[in-house]
Design a protein around this ligand. Sequence first.
Ligand code: AMP
Length: 127
Amino acid sequence: MTSLKPPSYDENNIFAKILRGEIPCDKIYEDEFVLSFHDINPQKKIHALVIPKGKYTNLDHFNSNASDKEIVGLLKGISIVAEKLGISVGTGNGYRTLSNIADHGGQEVPHLHFHLFGGEKIGKMVS
Ligand code: AMP
């Protein structure tokens, strides 16, 4: 996969600081590939974030540069976290995951992250 405009990674973004342990987070899960924590400003009853440990700005940057192991690790991490939160298909009633990508996607923090919303009906897909 090629990228016409490779994004440069901002080492001082808030999630980079969380990964370096410089600021705290309300941790849900961590392994070799991902860190997951509760969103500081929850939009639903359950609102978690899952981020890769590597320095990737968004999903396109990740898919163009991450190893297959990192890609699998992130995708599996989402399901592991959903299970831990009791919102997976096996443990609960389901959830929504989404990733905002760059300007039109409404991304605020320039480190790839997936939001997990659950614990209640999430409603309309896009408002
Ligand atoms: P996005 O708009 O997709 O970039 O989402 C960024 C998310 O990060 C928002 O939902 C914020 O509430 C969340 N956020 C920002 N700072 C923190 C933090 N220190 N700990 C947890 N979540 C945060």
